[in-house]
Design a protein around this ligand. Sequence first.
Ligand code: ATR
Length: 276
Amino acid sequence: MTSLDRYAVFGQPIKHSKSPRIHQLFAEQTGQALMYTAEEVSANVFTAMAETFFAQGGKGFNCTVPLKELAWAWTARKTERAELAKAVNTLALQVDGSVLGDNTDGCGLVRDLLVNHGIALAGKRILLLGAGGASRGILLPLLEQLPACIVIANRTTDKAVALAAEFAHKGDVSGCGFADLSSHAPFEVILNATSASLSGQLPPLPAGLLAEQGVCYDLAYGNEPTAFVRWGLENGAIKSLDGLGMLVEQAAEAFFIWRGVRPETLPVIALLNAER
Ligand code: ATR
């Protein structure tokens, strides 16, 4: 009997993860025979679970909160984008038996903006709100699009300045506090990577931040528009998007890494949107 290639998402909590559904849809669409499950994994059992998964023949898994940094520490071999992100969301068994750690979050965001929404980043002034793991994870792919600049603004100013310094060799990046933002405005693209959305809150954003024809994008998503998506609409954004497209795109990139086939994402995004 041939068993199906096995994949999973590890996280805690994981019950509401859309990843098994997304990968199932990708597999059906591309005719790939595989199994993808959601596994409740706490930080203190991550290493044991990862080792067991591969020892039992698993081909690869995704990691979500709170495991991306642990997965980064656990994988000896990493792509440059994962190395700089200090977070791994995709682990893939290689032919030589080693495991490669990658991070598909930033490229998922960039593909959603560029391909799905026609929003180019080259030459643009980008404001990135937040200086935590979510911001770090997307900085390299954003800089690779050659924006005019990225300004990172954070509640704790020092963290924004330190994060900017880490990526300064890759492009024009600077860090500041929210109170200093007006002197850098306006921005053509504002990305919210704070965890404020998750509790329905907004960073303290001064008026006049968004350029005419500007775009807002919240990395978080929900069944209702997030506080930041609403802020974008109220402040004249021509598009104010949430992170559902990014979620599907980062999954598609992981699927491509594992299976060598790129699934069509638009039908999957449309289906998930219709179910909100
Ligand atoms: P994640 O991995 O989701 O980025 P994190 O590393 O804990 O999580 O970072 C959370 C980010 O959201 C930080 O930039 C945090 O600001 P501080 O560094 O000052 O803590 C930001 N954040 C969380 N709640 C916020 C709020 N209510 N207003 C503004 N920023 C907030």
